[in-house]
Ligand binder design. Structure first.
Ligand SMILES: *Cc1c(COP(=O)(O)O)cnc(C)c1O
Ligand SMILES: *[C@@H]1O[C@H](CO)[C@@H](O)[C@H](O)[C@H]1NC(C)=O
Ligand SMILES: *[C@@H]1O[C@H](CO)[C@@H](O)[C@H](O)[C@H]1NC(C)=O
Length: 566
């Protein structure tokens, strides 16, 4: 209003002057803001840099950078014209061979690619199911497969099938329609909680398997850190031997994963490395009891102390240990602390479908308190389909599996599991002792660490250990190949218990055969270690030496594609 009385020219000059001071002010503000952003940027990167240095040390960081560079350069090399074509050709040839092995073809094979126009009679379906069950396969029935079939015996299998039959249509998403299923699932979780000495107020849920149990525990930890501390760039610290489901959780839920070495001779996670990697973004520490590769139990007591001191959740992966680890002591074996009695342990995954002998597709995840369980819930209050609430990943779920699990656990009881633990861990110890003491085995094999449960892993300082695995395959055995370091393992199951003596004899034979081949090679002074390569030696021999594993990724993706070839 004041300015309206000024002469036009004056008003203009005045206005211009004001505009120019304003511009100056603005530029100054602008500059200050720019400086501030720059300082914040510097601070952020300096902080990241310092955290990296503290976490991995100077040498560790340089090594990390070196590995990264080598991987990237090798990746670029693989994509050079000329090289790329060769690689693609090799990959597709390998995949073709794989397909021939996995997907039956030829004139004798009828494939069903569309619905039968008229439905089959039940007899027809039964006959075909019979043929499918009898297809030629590696004989898990004779105890020749490491892990894989965690079977509790024929009688239990029969009972399980009966339980399935009674609850074929049941779905726990409708607890009012299937109250029995709700009751059974709650009871299974309660029983597993008590097995792991859960404190008052602890809670758990049922899941479709170990992977889902782990995904849920990680999700809960991430949500907790976000809700209670505002963490938006979550990180977690894993022993490198922890199950790969944790890396999957990292990818799915956008959590940065730090791997920590598990070095010889104990092969347990290196504690001060874990401690150094902890920072304000850390949402979870992890330990295995035991881990899959070597069957070693990490130092959970020490991890628990660290977790308490740093106020960070600690997950203990007992998926494999499941119904063995809690019974070690009662079965008369040496054990270590691993459960909720350690105050820092906030969650535990335990697979009912491994040594619990429940049907496949069944596991539990346990939390120290109910709030932690809530962090994994999904609730949608305003969906047009109604208020929706689910505990985990699945919506509808098979009630039949819950009934199968409950029936098996009740039929086994504590005494049944103690007996099973006695047999399984006993056989594992027998295999371990043989490797450590029989002359032929001791000379060429080394047991990894000091396994306390059902897995015995070994390397060979003198022979190619994958050759030995292939020689075992030739004798009908299916052992698991491990890498970093090259090794193989046997995960003892009930079917293997009866075959343990034969396994040891065959292993001796396989080692002797490879030793002789090796001696011949040395005498003749030519050829590669151990002579012609079998499947496992070929795959892991090549894969182990590649700085960038994109070829392995291509092969594995192709393998997954093959699974869906009709
Ligand atoms: C088997 C296993 C899991 C989970 O695997 P699923 O196949 O998803 O049940 C997790 N951790 C360990 C150590 C395991 O051996
Ligand atoms: C291989 O290298 C490329 C880049 O050159 C990179 O993008 C890719 O992630 C690497 N793959 C693996 C599996 O290391
Ligand atoms: C068993 O398996 C079913 C199906 O995967 C799952 O819904 C249930 O939660 C599992 N756990 C228990 C304890 O029943």
């Amino acid at each position: 209003m004041g300015t309206s009385r000024l002469p036009v020219s004056l008003r203009d000059t005045f206005g211009a002057q004001r505009a120019s001071t304003r511009r100056q002010l603005l530029t100054r503000e602008h500059k200050r803001l720019r400086d501030l952003i720059f300082v914040l940027f510097l601070l952020r990167w300096t902080r990241k840099f310092l955290i990296q240095l503290r976490g991995r040390g100077v040498i560790g960081s340089v090594l990390e950078a070196y590995t990264y560079t080598r991987r990237t350069l090798y990746g670029i090399f693989l994509r050079l014209p000329g090289i790329r074509g060769r690689v693609e050709l090799e990959v597709s040839e390998t995949l073709l061979k794989l397909e021939k092995k996995l997907v039956p073809s030829g004139p004798g094979v009828t494939r069903y690619l569309t619905l039968p126009a008229e439905g089959w009679t039940t007899d027809q379906v039964r006959a075909e199911l019979g043929k499918l069950a009898e297809m030629e396969h590696t004989r898990w029935e004779d105890g020749c497969v490491s892990g894989a079939v965690y079977h509790g015996g024929d009688e239990l299998a029969q009972l399980q099938t009966e339980a399935f039959g009674r609850f074929t249509v049941a779905n726990p998403i409708h607890p009012d329609v299937f109250p029995g299923v709700r009751k059974m699932e709650a009871e299974v979780v309660a029983m597993v909680l008590s097995l792991f000495n859960a404190p008052e107020g602890a809670a758990g849920v049922g899941t479709s398997g170990g992977t889902e149990s782990i995904l849920m525990a990680v999700l809960s930890a991430r949500q907790k850190a976000y809700a209670e501390k505002g963490v938006t760039e979550p990180e977690m610290i894993l022993p490198e031997t922890a199950h790969t489901a944790f890396r999957k959780a990292g990818e799915y839920f956008k959590i940065k994963v730090h791997l920590v070495a598990c070095k010889a001779p104990s092969y347990k996670v290196h504690l001060s490395s874990v401690s150094r990697l902890i920072n304000s973004n850390t949402i979870l520490l992890v330990g295995s009891a035991p881990n899959f590769p070597h069957g070693i139990i990490d130092d959970i007591s020490a991890l628990s102390k660290l977790a308490l001191r740093k106020k960070i959740p600690l997950h203990v992966d007992c998926c494999l240990g499941s119904f063995l680890v809690p019974f070690l002591e009662k079965a008369g074996f040496e054990t270590e602390a691993f459960d909720f009695r350690l105050k820092g342990v906030t969650s535990i995954s335990c697979d009912t479908h491994k040594y619990g002998f429940a049907p496949k597709g069944n596991s539990t995840v346990l939390y120290r308190d109910e709030q932690l369980r809530r962090y994994q819930y999904f609730i949608s209050p305003d969906w047009s389909g109604g208020v929706y609430a689910s505990v985990g990943i699945a919506g509808s779920r098979p009630g039949a599996l819950i009934a199968g699990c409950w029936a098996i656990m009740m039929a086994q009881g504590e005494s049944g599991y103690i007996t099973a633990c006695h047999k399984i861990v006993g056989a594992a110890k027998q295999i371990e002792t043989a490797i450590r003491s029989h002359d032929t085995l001791r000379a060429d094999l080394t047991v990894i660490g000091k396994p306390l449960v059902s897995v015995v892993a070994f390397t060979s300082p003198t022979l190619d250990v994958y050759d030995i695995a292939d020689a075992m395959s030739a004798r009908g055995w299916h052992l698991n190949a491990l890498q970093n370091p090259p090794a193989i393992h046997v995960a003892v199951t009930l079917p293997i218990v009866a075959a343990a003596d034969k396994l040891i004899r065959d292993l001796e034979e396989a080692v002797r055969e490879k030793r002789e081949a090796e001696e011949k090679r040395v005498v003749e002074g030519k050829g590669r270690k151990g002579g012609a390569k079998g499947d496992m030696a070929a795959l892991y021999g090549v894969a182990g030496s590649l700085p960038n594993k994109s070829i392995v990724v291509q092969l594995a993706s192709g393998f997954l594609d093959t699974l869906y070839k009709a």
